[in-house]
Design a binder for this molecule. Sequence first.
Ligand code: NAD
Length: 483
Amino acid sequence: MNAHVSSTDAFQSANRVSPSMDAILARQRAAFLRDGPPSLAARKADLAKLKKAIRNYLPEFQKTLHDDFKGRSANDTAILEGMAIVQGINYLRRNLRGWMRPQKRRVEMHFAPASARVTYQPLGVVGIMSPWNLPVGLSLMPLATAIAAGNRAMIKPSELTPATSNLLVRMLAEIFPAEQVAVVTGGPEVGAAFSSLPFDHIVFTGSTPVGKAVMKAASANLVPVTLELGGKSPVVIEGGFAPDRAAASLAFGKLANGGQLCVSPDYVLVQENDVEAFVAAYDKAVKARYPEGPASEDYTSVINERHFARLNALLDDARSNGARVIEVGAKPEGARRRPHTLAPTVVLGATVEMDVLNEEIFGPVLPVVAYRKIEDAIAHINAGPRPLALYYFGANGADRAKVLERTTSGNVTINDTILHFAQDDLPFGGVGASGIGAYHGIEGFRSLSHAKGIFEQSRWNMTGALRPPFGTLTRLVTWYLTR
Ligand code: NAD
C-alpha cells in the first residue's frame, strides 16, 4: 500500500511514518465524537477556506492537469473544475442555514399537543473516491458537500492524474488538519482497501464495474454508498430540428475535456432524413470551435496511451464491421498533434453489434444513429442500461413528451448539452447502471446527513387511552381511529 496523507499538523508530526488508512479514519472519528457537529458558522468558514484555496491554486491545477493529460485545455480546467466548484460552494453557503434548520412535521390529532420534527445530523466520516477525468471538481465538490453537512472526509483520488493528486494533498493539508480532511493516494489496491473501511458513507465517482466492487466492499460494513457512475448518454434530435443549433451544442458538449466527461453525449439519434445535414453541420461547428483542429490549445487530449488504444480499437471494430469512420473539423497542414490526441470523429452506420454502441465511449468519437420514428429512438435507448444523462433537441411537443416520459435517465438537458450538471439546485446522479443516489442541491446535503425524526411528548396528552389498563375510552378511541 502506498498511502500518503495530506497533513502538516500535529497528527502527522506525531506519526513520523505515514499512518495507515484505518488509523486516519479512527482519528477522524474520534475527533468527530470529541467535537460534535460543527456550527453553521464553522461550516461556512471551512467552505470559504476551501473556495479561497481553489482560487489561489487554480493556475497550479491548470499546470498539473496539463501535465497529467499531456495536453488539457486550461479553459476546460478553469470552467469545468474551477468555476463549477466555486459556484457550487457559493450555493452551499447560501442555502446551508435553511437546510440545517430542524423541520417541523405533523402529528395526528390524537397525539396532540405533542410535536414532531426532523433534524439533520452529520453522519461522521465520509469516504470520497474520485476518477481522473475531473480530478479536482469530483474530489472537491463531494468534499464541499460533506463539509456542508458537518462531516469529516478522507479522499482517494485517481492514480492516473498523479501530479494533480499531489497538489490536492498539498492544498488540503494547508487548510485542514488531517483529522478533518485527509487524502490517501494509490492505485486500485489502495482503492479496494479504502472502500472496505467502515466509513459512515462512501461517495464513489467512477466506472460502473468499479462502482459494483466498491458497493460490494462497503456492504460488508453496511456502509451506505452514493455511486456516481457512467454509461452511454444519448442525444435525440427531433426530425426537422435546426441542424446548426444541435451541432453547435454537440461540438461543445461532446468535445469539452476531449469527450471525457461522465455527462458527455455518447451517441446521437438523428431522424434518417436529417443525417447528412447534421454531419455537415457538426463538421462546421467543430471547425468553428477548434480552428486549429486537434492541435488547438483548447482541445484536450485523451488521458493516456491505454485509453487512446481503447478508443482506436472501438473505431477499428466499427470500421471492420462496415461502419464509416470520418474525422471532422479543421485539419491544418503541418499542425503538430500532442501524443494520444484523437481528432473529433463521427461514426456512421454503426449497429448495435458494434462495441462503439455498447461500451461507454469517453472520448471525442460520436456515433450517429439514424431512426425513422421517435418510438424507434426510444426503443433504442430503452434496450440499453439506464443512462446518466439524456439530451433532447426539439420543440415542446408530443415527441419530446414521449421521450421524457418513456425513458429513464439520471438527468436531462433540453436543447443543449451537459449544462444540467452546472445547475447546483438540481440533484445530480444516475439511475440503474449509471448510479445510486445524488448530490448537488438539497439532495446532496441530505444524502450526507442523517435525517433524525424526533417525537416530543407534552406533559398533558390524550395517549392514555392507548395504554393499559384498557377500558371504554380505549374502545371508543380505537373505534374512532379504525372506522
Ligand atoms: P474508475 O472506476 O477506474 O476509477 C475511479 C476510482 O476508483 C479511482 O480512484 C481508482 O483508483 C479507484 N479504483 C480503481 N479500481 C478499483 C477497485 N478495484 N476497487 C476500488 N477502487 C478502485 O473510473 P475512471 O476511469 O477514473 O473514471 C471514468 C469513469 O467514471 C467513467 O465511466 C465515467 O463515466 C465515470 N464518471 C462518472 C461521473 C459521475 O458524476 N457520474 C463523473 C466522472 C466520471
